[in-house]
Write a protein that binds this ligand. Structure first.
Ligand code: AMP
Length: 184
């Protein structure tokens, strides 16, 4: 069964090359499964490496980019489909509509914001798509600690914590998504 997976990740050009390698590794698994990548349509950093790797593996890529970022010439012009939106809000709506699952790789505040929206709306049962975080090097460990503090103090339900699958290697993302997306 083919799936469309929305991936959030870094757009920074100041990160260690191992993050770019992680994005390439993850992307290489899409083609053999016939999966489509839905992403922010950037050509830079992990975003660009991921999209190019998905295509090199034979997978399809859909980039959803706001006009303002397109004007900055940072768009992934090689995308099989490039959807241009008016703004960031419309972009997130299209990314959401076009995908069956959300995956966050390491990133900065843009990635964090996208992950938190997917997580929050999942916790509120506004969608039932899996949310997976690929975190091999503990970039999200302080966030997880913070959320645990909120759980202890009653601000966040324990059930909300379980709405995210935390994994440490690309293969685990695939097995997690396959298990969730194919379960009846
Ligand atoms: P950050 O984690 O702050 O590097 O931001 C990355 C996230 O913000 C990505 O998942 C994108 O959705 C969005 N984003 C940031 N920069 C760009 C860009 N140059 N082109 C497209 N999307 C971007």
């Amino acid at each position: 069964m083919t799936h469309s997976v929305c991936v959030f990740c870094s757009s920074s050009d100041s990160i260690d090359p191992r993050y770019l390698e992680l994005a390439r590794d993850f992307g290489s698994h899409f083609g053999p499964r016939g999966w489509t990548l839905v992403s922010g349509g950037g050509s830079v950093s992990m975003m660009g490496e991921l999209a190019r790797s998905v295509r090199a593996s034979g997978g399809h890529t859909v980039g959803v980019i706001p006009q303002a970022l397109l004007d900055l010439e940072v768009a992934d012009l090689g995308a099989d489909e490039l959807v241009v939106t008016h703004d960031m809000r419309q972009r997130k709506g299209v990314m959401d509509e076009r995908s069956d699952a959300f995956v966050a790789l390491p990133g900065g505040i843009g990635t964090l914001e996208e992950l938190m929206e997917a997580w929050t709306s999942r916790s509120l049962a506004m969608h039932d798509k899996p949310v997976v975080v690929l975190d091999p090097w503990g970039d999200y460990s302080l966030l997880r600690q913070q959320v645990n503090v909120w759980v202890e103090r009653g601000f966040v339900s324990a059930a909300s914590l379980e709405r995210v699958h935390w994994v440490v290697d690309p293969a685990q993302v695939l097995t997690t998504l396959e298990a969730v997306l194919t379960s009846p």
